[in-house]
Design a protein around this ligand. Structure first.
Ligand code: 5GP
Ligand code: ZN
Length: 140
């Protein structure tokens, strides 16, 4: 396993680095992307560090996938986007910038032309407002 002493997402799991959390269970955490590609962009990660798809355990992969489905359903219900893009990157060449496995949930609208990493700065208040809407739609 790769070194992860400075991993930002491990910091979020521990609570050392603040994040607007949506959901947490034994294996996973979901939180708002700090630089969203579109409003409602969320991330799902395993609590246990794994750099990428090649490293993640079967248990964590299954858990992250189930949480991603749960959050995608909530985003769909809360924000009613035309579609939802699920994205996951492995390696810098694929656009990975945080080397702790994560699944992106990106609401999409018809005609919207965004790359996964077209980013606008958004206020914490607007992120919190979206998070509250999504959280209210999460079925446990
Ligand atoms: P990647 O480019 O590795 O597929 O995606 C990493 C994502 O993590 C990006 O969408 C980026 O905006 C997000 N991100 C990076 N650092 C932080 C952080 O400290 N907090 C949160 N909430 N998201 C982060
Ligand atoms: Zn990590």
């Amino acid at each position: 396993m790769s070194d992860h002493s400075n991993c930002v997402f491990c910091g979020i799991v521990r609570g050392d680095i603040p994040a607007i959390r949506l959901y947490e269970d034994e294996y996973t955490v979901a939180f708002m992307d700090i630089q969203p590609a579109s409003p409602g962009h969320t991330l799902v990660i395993p609590k246990a560090h794994a750099a990428n798809l090649f490293e993640i355990s079967l248990t964590d992969l299954a858990a992250v996938t189930l949480t991603a489905q749960r959050i995608a359903r909530a985003v769909h219900q809360a924000l009613a986007p035309d579609g939802i893009r699920i994205m996951q990157t492995n390696g810098a060449a694929a656009g990975q910038t945080v080397f702790h496995y994560h699944v992106h949930i990106i609401p999409m609208q018809h005609g919207q032309r965004i790359g996964a990493h077209d980013r606008e700065q958004v206020s914490p208040e607007s992120l919190k407002a979206l998070a509250a809407k999504i959280q209210a739609a999460i079925r446990t």
